[in-house]
Design a protein around this ligand. Structure first.
Ligand SMILES: [Zn+2]
Length: 305
């Protein structure tokens, strides 16, 4: 987890600071140099704005980044507006041009992958959002592996991992606390996303202390519900909180459990995905289908109130 936290700090704080300081210092040799710097900074800002896990530092920080970007652009323009368009020192500028073009190609590709995440191929199914007691943040969601780590798995292609934000816009009190109660979502009530019949309910696995995981039982405690020609799974539920049984009929918005930290999970969150009925032998097999909530297809950094 130390590596993940290190990467998070580099990509969300260090790199934006470096890119913004290039603009802020206004050391471009020509307007062309300046435009390339702007393009690099714009592409990186788009990439990290949409693909960043802002719930770790603060959801609001992503908007501060945008504001700082515009201030830096305005400030740097004042410094370059009297410079010639083309470079004066040819060789120095060619090197700078090459570096900028390389970075532009990388981040243009990454931005394209994020754009793909907004699309879905099959007809989506509408569900009721399963959490109702606060502001919820989509940690993983969308149709691209750059914003949804489940996306490479056929059954979980459109799966969502949900956390809750506290008043500071972070998912936990601390960067990666070991106390489960420091995570805002822990013990929140989970409501049935549809009216249907419980296919299976498992309630026997313990809640783990981060970063412990149980790879033998990926879903941990879960409820699998058959709705109208689809099956929907809610997973990583809190031990002993599931109040529905196999074969029972449930109504949409009926409380069914609480959010926990059981199974293959690094911290408390709610996992949810839908699949075509009878398309998988185990709970994690099948053909995933896109879900909408109040007509919205949710992606990383979406908020639901
Ligand atoms: Zn998940």
């Amino acid at each position: 987890m130390l590596i993940e936290i290190g990467l998070l700090l580099i990509t969300h704080l260090l790199l934006p600071t470096i890119f913004l300081s290039w603009l802020w210092r206004g050391e471009a040799k020509s307007k062309l140099d300046w435009l390339l710097n702007i393009l690099v900074d714009t592409l990186y800002t788009i990439y990290i704005f949409f693909s960043g896990r802002w719930d770790w530092l603060s959801y609001y920080l992503r908007f501060i980044l945008i504001i700082l970007f515009f201030i830096a652009v305005l400030r740097s323009y004042k410094k370059v507006r009297h410079l010639p368009f083309y470079p004066i020192k040819k060789y120095q500028s060619l090197f700078s041009l090459g570096v900028n073009c390389f970075i532009i190609i990388i981040f243009a590709n990454l931005s394209f992958l994020i754009l793909q995440g907004f699309s879905f191929h099959n007809k989506p199914v509408e569900f009721a959002f399963p959490l109702k007691d606060g502001t919820y943040y989509v940690a993983h969601g969308g149709n691209s592996s750059i914003i949804n780590y489940h996306n490479t798995d056929r059954a979980q292609q459109y799966a969502l991992d949900l956390v809750k934000l506290n008043s500071f816009g972070t998912r936990a009190n601390g960067l990666y606390p070991t106390e489960l109660t420091k995570y805002a979502i822990f013990q929140d009530t989970v409501y049935s996303p549809c009216t249907g019949k419980v296919i299976n309910a498992v309630n026997s696995f313990p809640d783990l202390i981060p970063p412990e995981t149980d790879r033998q039982h990926p879903a941990g405690n879960y409820v699998l519900i058959a709705c109208d020609r689809v099956e929907i799974l809610v997973a990583h539920l809190m031990s002993g909180t599931i109040v529905v049984n196999q074969g029972e009929f449930v109504s949409v918005n009926q409380p069914i459990a609480q959010v926990g930290n059981s199974g293959n999970t690094t911290e408390p969150h709610l996992h949810i995905h839908a699949r075509q009925e009878n398309s998988g032998e185990t709970i994690l097999d099948g053909i995933g289908i896109p879900m909408t909530f109040s007509g919205r297809f949710l992606l990383r950094n979406s908020l639901v109130y």
